[in-house]
Design a protein. Structure first.
Length: 436
């Protein structure tokens, strides 16, 4: 793909090492601002300086991901039929979770049949501005206001799309539904389906077929044998150190008293340790607590082994998990009466139990259902000799509850198989069931 100007910031992300992600992110934003033209046009440019991108995504079903920059992330909508220039056409736009700004430059493919499978094309990019900013109001504030109210009028200044559009929310709830509608203006065109006419990447000029056939930015999970992940074809650039610049607020468990009675779920331990998001590259690891505190130094040995793992895999990644004492480690939260279990050599050591995989290489997995992320997580760890990192085990609810009682854990965690990762959300798809 054509290297974007923004990729140049990756180097500096890399250099900054373990700076707290939020600070890193802030630094980057300032950096971006300094590149904006100064002088008389500056104010106007800044007003229109929010980025947008549309990625054509041939996943299990073809759709177009509309992403609008706001507050340091890309607010995202999956639009099955893509944008239309015909004002009489209303296009369903399903709001999905925010994406890191760094994802804006991603174009590539993951072989079908593997998690997140499909081809991603950069279909359009540029900036956008709200149409209804109040006098003196910042663009971001007007966008925030529009989205909160469920109606945002905005103008795209893209390489392909121009003019005014509306996003109108028609359904609230866990997965809000919106309509994407072209306003009648000079760029409107009755009956025109630009998605039928424009079939190539704005970044590389390639068709979906060409992107799919090309080996750049391809990743094979190779889950059917061999060392998972190491069969990467033409490794994507080691950019996603930049992904660590993005703070991902953890998805929060909902405390409940009973097991879910419907749906497909997995069950895992809740050991009562520290909830940790680990941002890992082959050079650095940053362990952030669920209170957004950098606790890397507290678990230095874990961090070092994570770095070594990223080095062996050749890709950065972001894991969600729990750091807790290995069995028999004298975890003070555990009941003293529990029976000795586990590897005596590990006893007392802090172990990072990885329970979720959020980003890997250039892939944002948070979109994918938990069952796919779990498969990817297992692939990542397959046949690795690891001392201080483990994949969180899962078992049936009954077996897990018995183990919890035996080990003195405070409870168990249940994850709904079809659920996406919802950053910062206390979700019905992630339950924490206390052992009574
Ligand atoms: Mn998508």
């Amino acid at each position: 793909m054509t290297p974007s100007k923004r990729t140049s910031s990756r180097t500096s992300d890399h250099e900054t090492g373990r700076r707290a992600p939020l600070a890193e992110y802030q630094r980057k934003r300032d950096f971006d601002r300094t590149r904006e033209p100064s002088g008389s046009g500056a104010r106007q440019r800044r007003q229109g300086g929010l980025r947008f991108v549309i990625q054509k995504h041939a996943a299990s079903s073809l759709h177009y991901d509309l992403r609008l920059e706001l507050d340091g992330v890309m607010r995202s909508w999956a639009v099955p039929k893509g944008p239309s220039l015909d004002p009489s056409v209303k296009r369903l736009a399903m709001q999905v979770e925010d994406h890191p700004v760094e994802y804006n430059t991603f174009e590539g493919t993951i072989p079908r049949g593997e998690y997140g499978g499909g081809t991603v094309m950069l279909w359009d990019r540029g900036t956008y501005s709200p149409d209804e900013a109040r006098k003196g109001e910042a663009a971001a504030s007007a966008v925030r206001r529009g989205l909160a109210a469920g109606k945002l009028s905005f103008s795209l200044h893209g390489e392909r799309l121009h003019g005014s559009f509306a996003l109108v929310r028609t359904e609230r709830g866990e997965k809000p539904k919106w309509l994407l509608i072209k306003h009648r203006d000079e760029q409107a065109a009755d009956g025109a389906e630009i998605t039928d006419e424009v079939l190539t990447s704005i970044a590389s000029g390639r068709t979906m077929e060409e992107i799919a056939a090309s080996n750049d930015r391809v990743w094979r999970s190779n889950r059917d044998g061999g060392e998972g992940g190491e069969e990467a074809v033409d490794e994507p650039p080691p950019g996603p150190a930049s992904q660590q610049a993005v703070m991902i607020p953890p998805m929060l468990p909902k405390p409940v008293r009973s097991l879910p009675d419907a749906g497909e779920w997995t069950y895992e331990p809740w050991r009562g340790g520290d909830r940790v998001l680990a941002y890992v590259t082959s050079e650095t690891a940053l362990l952030m607590s669920d209170r957004a505190t950098d606790i890397t130094q507290r678990y230095r040995a874990v961090a070092d082994e994570l770095i070594s793992l990223a080095g062996r895999i050749g890709r950065p990644f972001v894991l969600d998990g729990e750091v807790a004492a290995a069995p028999d480690g004298g975890d003070t939260k555990n009941k003293a009466s529990r029976k000795p279990r586990g590897d005596p050599k590990r006893a007392g050591q802090s172990i990072f139990y990885a329970s979720d995989l959020l980003l890997e290489g250039d892939q944002v997995l948070m979109d994918s259902p938990w069952s796919d992320r779990q498969a990817a997580l297992k692939t990542l760890f397959r046949r690795r000799r690891l001392d201080k990192i483990a994949v969180q085990e899962t078992a049936s609810a009954d077996a897990m509850l018995r183990r919890a009682a035996r080990n003195g854990w405070p409870g168990i965690i249940a994850r709904r198989a079809d659920a996406r990762y919802e950053p910062g959300t206390r979700s019905d798809a992630l339950l924490r069931i206390a052992v009574v």
